[in-house]
Write a protein that binds this ligand. Structure first.
Ligand code: SF4
Ligand code: SF4
Length: 342
């Protein structure tokens, strides 16, 4: 069922939901961007529509609530282990279509992989999603080519602005029907808005020969990339983490274990005992990241990992473009094939 709400009506819906759920949405943080005169849009808890950034894409993804950057998993003593307490309240996260598709990738990695991760599962079972309509493409987005521009299900309700300052909501979640009915101005069929055209296009080769590993396409990234890892931390589908044991006592027998976000682009990620390092150059790390997103994940799970949100392009201090890199890989693959024919 669909509903048309005034701004006040929509705020009443949020206010009532906020009594039961934690509401988590993109928020514009004025002056907190990379430079003193720039803003950053990141996820935070909200109480009203006033606080939400509904139009522009967030710089950082929603994933921080599902996979916190630093998360205490359990506490330990010499003889006991106690799982860390969590906020037991359920949460509602407001996301655009590309991010709804990213949720599928996170679930794939954490729940439907070799085994289900119990810590992720516990958080995930308490999270619901609201689809933010997305009528206009961001400048770095390539969601249409990645097939993530549209979401047909999986959300509790959708939100689109109406021309007169109100909101149009599609509400498939039946338990919310009464709440929307009593706060809406009209009932009518609503279809969430979605982008149908991006300025950026990518072509991913159907097959990528192993010759790509030694191809010179990666060399420029050894010179340009500074290995800061911002692309990974902003990406809604990057899931790597590392473990930290923090000891409270000198004897090292009492403490806590934390799961902490990791990045395949930073120094130390591939260090192994004995001083070895599998990917020393930034070009090798870029190769690993890009081929994971457009080749290896698909080989294993049957669909692309990257959702084309463009956040990595937007966040990179060296203006390195992931979409441009995909197209360079495609060109290199075509040249390799031509070389085989001639
Ligand atoms: S690789 Fe870049 S474009 Fe693809 S999902 Fe991650 S941040 Fe978005
Ligand atoms: S954000 Fe840019 S410079 Fe930083 S690690 Fe990623 S590609 Fe390299």
């Amino acid at each position: 069922m669909g509903y048309i709400l005034t701004r006040e009506g929509f705020d009443k819906v949020l206010s009532e939901l906020g009594r039961t759920y934690r509401l988590y949405a993109p928020v514009r943080k004025t002056g907190e961007g990379r430079f003193t005169d720039t803003d950053v849009i990141r996820y935070d808890f909200v109480n009203s529509v006033e606080e939400m950034e509904l139009d522009q894409k967030s710089d950082y993804a929603f994933k921080e609530i599902l996979t916190p950057l630093s998360e205490t998993l359990f506490f330990f003593t010499e003889s006991e282990v106690k799982t860390a307490d969590r906020d037991a309240r359920e949460a509602i996260i407001f996301v655009k279509s590309c991010d709804m598709h990213a949720v599928k990738r996170l679930d794939q990695i954490y729940l439907d992989n070799t085994f289900a991760d119990p810590f992720y599962k516990e958080i995930r079972e308490r999270v619901h999603f609201v689809l933010l309509g997305c009528p206009k493409s961001g400048e770095d987005c390539f969601c249409v080519d990645m097939g993530t521009n549209r979401t047909a299900d999986g959300y509790w309700f959708s939100v689109d602005r109406t021309e007169d300052g109100g909101f149009a909501c599609d509400v498939p979640e039946e338990s919310l029907a009464e709440l929307f009915e009593k706060n809406s101005a009209a009932e009518q069929r609503v279809e969430p808005k979605y982008v149908t055209e991006n300025a950026v296009h990518v072509t991913i080769p159907d097959e990528i020969p192993s010759g790509i590993y030694k191809n010179s396409v990666w060399d420029e990234y050894s010179a340009r990339c500074i290995g800061c890892g911002r692309c990974n931390f902003a990406c809604p589908t990057c899931t790597c983490y590392t473990m930290q044991d923090v000891f409270y006592t000198d004897n090292g027998k009492v403490g806590e274990r934390r799961r902490v976000g990791a990045s395949c682009m930073v120094d130390g990620y591939t260090n192994v005992a004995g001083g070895g390092e599998y990917r020393r150059t930034k070009g090798e790390r870029m190769r690993f990241k890009v081929l994971h997103k457009i080749l290896d994940f698909k080989k294993r799970f049957g669909y692309q990992m990257c959702v084309g949100c463009g956040r990595c392009d937007r966040i990179c201090p060296e203006y390195i473009s992931f979409s441009a890199c995909i197209n360079k890989v495609n060109k290199a693959v075509e040249e390799m094939k031509e070389g085989e024919v001639n």
